[in-house]
Unconditional design. Structure first.
Lengths: 199, 293
């Protein structure tokens, strides 16, 4: 089994619902975005347009972050999810330098969104995060373990994201990859990402 | 924060001054130790050892969780940081053992015995590893094209030796060095400053005809925000002036006492340039856009 995602860029409207859903699900502190939607304006008036590209950890088959990690804190599960064990992370940031996708965040400080105090949600949610370590998208592995979809996939109002088993030829992700033209981010780096994009 | 939501070139921002200090001290310490061992200068070996130890402290301070540093050497099979921990430990231990006979008596080995020389070889290999592993660390990942070249570890090794020569030029007069030692250090320094200058520009020219992100890094160094520290600090102050100064003094051959201040100045400038080289290199690390649009 290899879990992966197909993101249809023609459907993405750049609403950032995935960004917010990820923040809610994973209680990430201010400044930390495990999933987000990048944008770029292309062309000139009157034919200018904005392009939105949702990005997250690509859970690469040949993950450079894993090779860089000196403690084994970054590891890959049998289902392909690349996860960070924050108890083992020493915060050297070698994985952040190694990642071509800007997918990782360093938790320099952990403070709440409102000055002076943590909300009850933050008090519970921040227990997952350790100051001085690196964190990133883990495909909502706790939800996946329960048979649920990652929060960003569940939330997308444009149904731009499809999640499933890339090794299953009958899965929706495999069908999309087979039937539609797909690209990957920075394929020349040889990371073999598990995220595919329909341009 | 807006930068996180835009597609475009991004400079790396997590390894800065502290990492540059670690790289500089490690490289300089290793180079100083090896050159001192070759020239038979015990005080030079001590300086090199101290520099590497201080570099390790800088690395510890830069960690997010320094309390967990013992874990850092556990992935030697795949991580250059783990290998660096091994090289550093090897050097600190065997370097100490190599230096011990210079100050202690009654040891089972001496600096010229078979065992002492074997210890010296291991210490030198450790020092070489400390000098080069940071170059491999940067070059190993394909994410920053400007760093992703086998030229980088070689450049780091050259710079390590050049800065080592710089340390000797500064320190020899104060450490009871002989005229012959100073002359040897000057000759080695001249050769290394010239080699660094040539090799640095071979590296830059190679990267200037490489990928778009690598070209952007070169542009930052020679025409944009890093041009002052790089062109003036690294090249002029750090290599050209020391080279010209050392070569002039050597050719004039004025004698030890007269030559020392000028050579010390050359050495100090080379050290400043050596630090700025690592700093500029780290600051010029550019990620290409995640997608071409």
């Amino acid at each position: 089994m290899r879990l992966g995602m197909v993101i249809d860029l023609k459907r993405c409207i750049g609403c950032q619902a995935c960004t917010v859903a990820c923040k809610l699900e994973n209680a990430t502190p201010p400044g930390v975005f495990w999933a987000r939607c990048l944008e770029k304006e292309t062309g000139k008036y009157p034919r200018a347009k904005r392009v939105f590209v949702p990005v997250l950890c690509n859970h690469c088959q040949d993950a450079p972050c894993m090779r860089a990690c000196p403690t084994g804190a970054t590891s890959q599960r049998d289902d392909g999810i690349v996860a960070v064990d924050q108890d083992a992370c020493i915060g050297c940031k070698a994985c952040m330098e190694a990642c071509p996708y800007e997918a990782r965040s360093f938790l320099e400080e952990i403070h709440g969104y409102y000055p002076g105090h943590l909300t009850p949600f933050e008090e519970v949610g921040y227990k997952k995060h350790q100051k001085g370590t690196v964190s990133k998208c883990n495909f909502c592995k706790d939800r996946v373990n329960e048979g649920l979809l990652p929060a960003c996939v569940q939330t997308c109002p444009a149904v731009a994201r499809t999640f499933g088993d890339l090794d299953d030829p009958h899965s929706e992700v495999s069908r999309l990859i087979r039937e539609r033209h797909t690209i990957q981010l920075r394929p020349e780096m040889g990371t073999r990402p598990s995220i595919y994009y329909i341009p | 924060m807006v930068d996180q939501f835009v597609i475009g070139f991004k400079t790396q921002k997590w390894w800065g001054s502290l990492a540059a200090i670690d790289f500089f001290l490690g490289g300089t310490g290793g180079g100083t130790f090896i050159l001192s061992m070759y020239l038979g200068l015990p005080f030079g070996m001590v300086l090199g050892w101290i520099a590497v130890a201080l570099g390790a402290v800088a690395l510890l301070i830069d960690l997010g969780r320094p309390d967990r540093f013992l874990r850092a050497g556990s992935q030697v099979a795949r991580s250059w940081i783990s290998r660096g921990v091994v090289f550093t430990t090897l050097f600190l231990v065997f370097g100490l053992l190599r230096m011990a006979p210079e100050w202690l008596t009654g040891l089972a080995w001496g600096s010229s015995t078979g065992l002492g020389q074997a210890i010296g070889v291991v210490a030198a290999l450790g020092a070489l590893g400390v000098m080069m592993y940071t170059g491999f660390l940067l070059s190993h990942s394909p994410s920053i094209p400007f760093w992703n070249t086998t030229l980088l570890p070689l450049l780091f090794a050259l710079y390590g030796f050049a800065c080592g020569a710089g340390v000797l030029l500064v320190a020899l007069p104060s450490l009871g060095g002989r005229a012959a030692d100073l002359k040897s250090a000057a000759v080695i320094g001249i050769a290394l400053f010239a080699a660094c200058l040539v090799f640095l520009w071979i590296y830059l020219l190679t990267m200037a005809s490489s990928t778009v992100a690598a070209k952007e890094s070169v542009r930052m160094l020679v025409r944009a925000q890093l041009s002052v520290p790089f062109l003036i600090g690294v090249n002029l102050v750090g290599l050209v002036v020391p080279l010209v100064l050392a070569a002039s003094v050597y050719l004039a051959d004025p004698g030890f006492a007269a030559a020392s201040p000028a050579l010390a100045a050359a050495g100090l400038l080379a050290l400043i340039g050596g630090y700025l080289f690592r700093y500029s290199l780290l600051r010029a690390g550019v990620y290409p856009p995640v997608i071409d649009l």
